[in-house]
Design a protein around this ligand. Sequence first.
Ligand SMILES: O=P(O)(O)OC[C@H]1O[C@@H](O)[C@H](O)[C@@H](O)[C@@H]1O
Length: 302
Amino acid sequence: MSKLFGCFFPLLGRRKRHLSSDSDMDSVEEKNVVLAEREDSLFKVHLLGATLLSWKVDDAEILFVSDKAVFDNKKAIRGGIPFVFPQFGPWSAGPQHGFARTSHWKLEKEPEKLPNGDVQAVFTLCDSDSTRALWDYRFKVTYTITLMDKKLNMEVDVKNTGESEFSFTVLLHTYFNVPDVTKCEVTGLKGITYVDKTRNEETFLEDREVVTVAQLTDRVYQNTPSEHSIRVVAGNRTITMRKHNFPDTVIWNPWKEKAKAMSDFGDDEYLNMICVEAGSVSNPVKLGTNQTFHASQVLELT
Ligand SMILES: O=P(O)(O)OC[C@H]1O[C@@H](O)[C@H](O)[C@@H](O)[C@@H]1O
């Protein structure tokens, strides 16, 4: 296995305004963003939350990051693929969507070229005084990201390294970059029950072959099939999401009013994104001492 590089890259210029000076900028660049590249594609990961910031294939950006996203190393990054753990949604013990997306992850293995040409990096998050202050358990999360030919593979392992059993929910909060969300089609949801968070968390049955978004949408589809296709009509691009051991799929778009209310999201950006989020959220996962939970998601561009 040959080492490709461990490379930290400059953040995009447009994000500079969220940092107080160029020297702040330089230190953020050096410490926090990891770049992995192969012939026609790349990914970038911010160590705050191990947030995937970018996945480009042939220069086309597949992920959405808000122009107003804040990069202060504290606030969850608005866009890309934030890592939600150990709680999806509101949480009495701590922040919404848990602490993983606002924790500093360790780069366990710098991007390396594998014998088959894929490029892989590994990130880890272990319990610390600050995580135990909210959630008093010992754990290790290992997040392995592999850049393949027109595919991005994400493997999630959660190990209980402590003495007591715990329960958690976990989700990859994927923001897709779309030219016009109203022309975006998500398949694989027909006949699936969903909890609609915009309608008092009531449960409904999806009867559409193809799900489209034209209003505030916040739905947790339960026990979804292992494969969804997300067709971006305008770009004529299809992304296939394949997931393993992530039984649920969340579809979210804040639409106009909520977009305006979010300080780290542009007023009109709701038109350019759709979140299709694979996770295990409807039923918490129980993990005994020394047990490991494994799940994965692969995105493929066609
Ligand atoms: O603003 P946040 O905390 O990043 O959450 C964004 C959205 O994330 C989605 O996953 C939730 O279903 C929504 O309810 C939530 O509004």
